[in-house]
Ligand binder design. Structure first.
Ligand SMILES: [Ca+2]
Length: 294
């Protein structure tokens, strides 16, 4: 059921019927009064029959429309990976000649849109994708799926705003209802007057003794680290459609083919100083290179 001007086809159909009915009533009441009186009996019968036909037509129309209802026909799934494999918390992953593990990964995405040449179909203003919810049943990161209503088409890519767009980032959790993605108070940094766009936390074993000892703490926020990018891919929507978007943390930590040097202390933790966003900017700019469509 395609929404047009806030009404679905069924409502539009009823609205058009109502309009026709009003015209006819008006005609009967004014110009055709004498004719109506003369043929009163016959006309009333015809009119009743006409109404019955209309009722039947309306009913079948609604039924047909419900059968072809395209609401929430597109599913968009986000998945966290490391080197192409589903990311697991606390799992040791090779990182060059070192070992890395992760225990938290979440991110805001703004202005999610499917792209078809110059045309964009907006799916959402904002989502908070949490791959490592506290209540997860095991250490595997969760896949997060959203349903959207998308017209049929062969889309050429997906556009993502990595983080919280500046207009929304000017607000704070108190501005939103409790079920809104931007209500999550743990993801707002009042000192920075910004949401924390992305959190990646983990540990790395730097001295090769097989035990991680150095914390990784990436909390990226503030307007200058917001990035928008389109990732190309063939996304067909015909009645229904689906897309999996993977964020690969190994790719996120890879710059010009080189893994980020985690022995450098300024690469281990984003600064708490709002004027120092160098690492946050680097990571958020690299998000598009860590985005893989499946
Ligand atoms: Ca160690």
């Amino acid at each position: 059921m395609i929404l047009r001007n806030g009404k679905n086809d069924c409502e539009n159909f009823h609205a058009e019927n109502q309009y026709l009915f009003n015209i006819r009533t008006s005609n009967i009441n004014k110009s055709n009064v004498s004719k109506f009186n003369i043929h009163k009996h016959t006309s009333m019968k015809n009119f009743a029959f006409f109404l019955l036909l209309f009722a039947a037509a309306s009913f079948s129309s609604c039924k047909d429309n419900d059968d072809t209802d395209i609401k929430d026909n597109f599913s968009l799934t986000f998945r966290a990976t490391y080197d192409g494999e589903l990311l697991e918390k606390y799992k040791n992953y090779p990182y060059g000649d070192k070992v890395i593990l992760f225990d938290k990964f979440n991110t805001y995405l703004s202005d999610i849109a499917l792209v078809n040449g110059a045309t964009e179909v907006k799916l959402s203003d904002i989502e908070w994708v949490n791959f490592t919810p506290d209540l997860a049943p095991n250490d595997k990161t969760v896949e997060v799926t959203y349903k959207y209503t998308v017209p049929d088409g062969n889309y050429t890519g997906i556009k993502l705003g990595y983080g919280v767009s500046p207009d929304l980032n000017a607000k704070s959790p108190a501005d939103f209802p409790t079920d809104h993605p931007l209500y999550v108070e743990s993801e707002y940094w009042s000192g920075w007057k910004s949401y924390i766009f992305t959190k990646v936390q983990g540990e790395v074993d730097l001295n090769g003794d097989g035990v991680t000892e150095t914390n990784l703490f990436y909390h990226c926020g503030s307007d200058p680290v917001y990035n928008v990018a389109t990732t190309n891919g063939n996304i067909a929507v015909a009645g229904t459609g689906s897309l999996v978007v993977e964020f690969d943390l190994k790719k996120l930590f890879t710059f010009n083919g080189q893994l980020l040097d985690l022995t450098v202390t300024t690469n281990q933790t984003t600064s708490h100083d709002a004027s120092n966003i160098a690492l946050g900017q680097m990571v958020m700019e690299n998000f598009k290179n860590a985005t893989v469509l499946k």
